[in-house]
Ligand binder design. Sequence first.
Ligand code: FAD
Ligand code: UDP
Length: 381
Amino acid sequence: MKKYDVVIVGAGCAGSTIARILAEKKKKVLIIDKRNHIAGNAYDYFDQDGIIIHQYGPHIFHTNYLEVFNFVKKYSPFFKYEHRVLGNLDNQLVPVPFNFKSLELTHNKKDANTIKKLLLKYFKNKTRVSIFDLLNHHDPMIKKFGKFVFDKVFAYYTAKQWNIKIKDIDKSVINRVPVVLSYQDTYFGDKYQFMPSRGYTNMFKNMLNHKNITLQLNTNITNHIEFKNKKIFIDHEEFKGKFIYTGAIDELFSYQFGVLPYRSLDIKLIKIKKTHYQKAATVNYLTSEKFTRISEYKYFLKQNIKNKTVIAKEYSKAYNLKGKTDPYYPINNEKNNKMYLKYKKLADSYHIYLSGRLAEYKYYNMDMAILNALELTKKIK
Ligand code: FAD
Ligand code: UDP
């Protein structure tokens, strides 16, 4: 261990970003991952038919941060990709986020026109609003429309995904998906919406390809680390360099303050002998089915492969240590955030740097994991 200035746990968005930046600053970096591959949950591969598969669920790159886009662009070519999602609402396909077209498809012409006019009057300078802006509106017609969208788009899908009553969900989760006050039909509103042309794994491989970076896979840090007298020991040797952790923080400290709650997923891949299975890259099932959504992966790289396609059905699943499920979605609420803070305080006492969705216990998209990792490298002396 003495030969490394930095040990990073986790070779996903956060860990790989930090590894590259520090390597360029001439630090000797060891990056380890317990899985047998890099790229974390963004890991993808091409199957025997050449179709791209996102092993841990659909990953679309989108960001408003030029700093992030400029960084990732160094490691892969990117092409313009705007993700479009349809919602299966009572067996009818409507754009999601709910927009003016969705409104017209689900209301009679007269009501749709009245609602559109009212929305444009009340939200003059806005193109996207929160469902809560509609639900809490003083105008009864807007309120009623808000209730319709809430019941049809959010209630059942959210119950499936989180397995708790919608009233108990942190509003920031629901607010990830707005109501759009136009015919604009892309899922995200970000300035930069691109996909890495050769996939994420290839991008992270290039990011980690540096003479100062050593990568070690199939290595769980918990089998190698000990904490004693406020010192960190790796393989029984005191490690005096910088220790950066991007995994689940409760795992690192043997769950001593309890298990941090997450939701997990079961992803069923199905190969179909058709050129296309569905009309959009992703279809969300808003009012029926046990799974939440189906993504058809070929769309993600605009692949032109005939008579074969692969779809992924996502079933939300409980996360627990015994079931060997992966922690996917942090469940942020007061109680859980409080437990997280205990772990964070403990990590701070060992001068451990925490970065990423698991280690920070935040519902980050890839760009936020990368942005915060970039910020962290500026703080490391
Ligand atoms: P991770 O990718 O989870 O990487 C952490 C790494 O640490 C893992 O490789 C893990 O194996 C390793 N590790 C953990 N513990 C240990 C240990 N004890 N020892 C060794 N290694 C360890 N973001 C988007 O921007 N767009 C999307 O469309 C999108 N879709 C998503 C869909 C799903 C289903 C999910 C779950 C997430 C999605 N995300 C999306 C979020 C995205 O996956 C995360 O923002 C991103 O992967 C976070 O990167 P990270 O490095 O923080 O964590
Ligand atoms: N959501 C919903 N209906 C939808 C899409 C999203 O109710 O059609 C809610 C749901 O609670 C979900 C959250 O909004 O968990 C965030 O959705 P997003 O698509 O951002 O989830 P992710 O892609 O991270 O799984």
